[in-house]
Design a protein around this ligand. Structure first.
Ligand code: PLP
Length: 453
């Protein structure tokens, strides 16, 4: 493959002149003279236009699970484009790839989750959840069940419904969100909110908060609870033991649908195909995206239980929801091949038995650093908490913290891409990362912390 030669200075100029990147400050974009431009990637390494090789501790945006440079994914896209680049799945038409992918996903999900609706992004998947759940309750004869319970600091996307379901207050400011019918309860953030508490007591308190809110709203008005098995964008919040079983029991007690947002946790991230399998629960709906195609094509999926499908099938009405690109044949073909790679290379086992434990051990070395309050991971996702005083959960500069972005920038400068969430650094690397690269990631973080102390 011949790589294109880019005029980076010109691209940066055009970036400022014409391009509005996602989730960005346009003032900062202009002030720094344009975005960082990534031009190429291979394995677990990205290369920017200034010639820097950067180890990607974030798998792009929590998604490039099989790593960069997979020629067979490009080939399968090419073949599908030549055979049939597009046909829609509206009005009872379909093409082969989404049908085959739905059957494949049904096998991986198991149990009662045997039907799949396709979208192009995690946000759209959660919009589908929003309309599907309310439609379901309407058909069931309980149209007053409209309320969704979510957690503060959750991330469920950036569309109006996705950002409303999400619990990030700064995302609610723009656009006057959340829309009515979403209630946010406490997150199971042991380090942040249960620091001095016995973990079992904290867990019981977090589950109780959900039940209290259901009772306050009125159980007959609550439609669903939605949560990420491990909150990713909120800072890799790993719930305490027993939390998810507790949430499931509360949902069952009040007949509330349980939605697992697996956009990050799905496809092996926690060492099982899906996060709900790791936590031993049975959701009614599963949202997935990102690792579904390892980010090679935009595609997401919403899996639903047979009860939901049978309910929709009990009426003649169309489910009047869907996108032009629902079940896009090229995206579905790429996703199928991506899953085949994960299976063939036993990447889920690799996360659970090899790189997951190796990563946990490597991260644990950072626990001794005077600025680190906690280093935690599950499978191949993790975080470190930066604290102003060892032995506490006190941040630099107050609750939100100031140190995270400084340490993140120091990491990038040393050749490692990580993200800062408040005063924590989060990591979600590709499953192909080697032991040597994991060691390098941790030593760069240690050096960046030293530089900051
Ligand atoms: N849900 C979760 C758990 C996510 O982490 C994300 C994105 O990070 C989304 C939904 C939204 O996905 P997208 O950005 O593809 O719309």
């Amino acid at each position: 493959m011949t790589r294109r030669n880019h005029d980076i200075a010109e691209l940066k100029r055009l970036d400022v002149a014409h391009h509005l990147p996602a989730q960005s400050s346009y003032k900062l974009q202009r002030d720094i003279g344009g975005s960082r431009i990534i031009v190429h990637a291979e394995g677990s390494t990205i290369f920017d236009g200034d010639g820097n090789a950067i180890l990607d501790g974030m798998a792009g945006l929590w998604c490039v699970d099989v790593g960069y440079g997979r020629a067979e994914l490009a080939e399968v896209a090419r073949e599908q484009m030549l055979e049939l680049p597009f046909y829609n799945t509206f009005f009872r038409t379909a093409t082969p790839p989404p049908i085959e992918l739905a059957a494949k996903l049904a096998g991986l999900l198991g149990g009662d989750l045997q039907h799949i609706f396709f979208n192009s992004s995690g946000s759209e998947s959660n919009d589908t959840v929003f309309r599907l759940v309310r439609t379901y309750w309407g058909i069931k004869g309980e149209p007053e069940r409209k309320v969704f319970i979510s957690r503060r600091n959750a991330y469920h996307g950036s569309t109006v419904a996705g950002a409303s379901l999400g619990g990030m207050s700064y995302m609610h400011v723009q656009g006057d969100l959340p829309i009515p019918g979403v209630e946010h309860v406490m997150q199971p953030y042991v380090f942040g909110d249960g620091f001095d508490e016995d973990p079992a007591d904290f867990c019981a308190r977090a589950v109780q908060d959900i039940e209290d809110r259901i009772l306050a709203v009125g159980p007959e008005k609550v439609a669903a609870f939605i949560g990420e098995p491990v909150q990713g964008a909120g800072g890799v919040i790993i719930p305490p033991d027993g939390y998810w079983k507790g949430v499931e029991a509360v949902c069952r007690k009040y007949g509330i649908l349980l939605v697992s947002d697996e956009v990050i946790c799905g496809f092996g991230r926690l060492g099982e195909w899906f996060g709900f399998q790791h936590f031993g629960i049975t959701p009614d709906i599963v949202s997935m995206a990102k690792g579904l195609s390892s980010g090679y094509m935009p595609i997401s999926a919403t899996a639903v239980s047979s009860d939901i499908v049978e309910t929709l099938r009990s009426v003649d009405d169309d489910f009047v929801h869907g996108y032009t690109y629902s079940g896009h044949p090229v995206a579905a073909a790429v996703a199928l091949r991506n899953i085949e790679i994960i299976e063939r290379e036993k990447l889920v086992d690799r996360v659970r038995d090899d790189i997951g434990p190796y990563f946990a051990k490597a991260l644990a070395k950072l626990s001794d650093h005077p600025l680190v309050g906690e280093a935690r991971s599950l499978g191949f996702i993790g975080a470190i908490e930066i604290v102003a005083r060892k032995g506490t959960n006190r941040r630099f500069g107050g609750k939100e913290g100031l140190a995270g972005p400084i340490v993140r920038d120091a990491c990038i400068g040393r050749g490692l891409m990580v993200r800062a969430v408040r005063d924590s650094l989060v990591m979600c690397p590709p499953y192909v990362m080697t032991h040597e690269e994991i060691d390098r990631m941790v030593s760069i973080i240690a050096a960046a912390l030293d530089e900051t102390s």
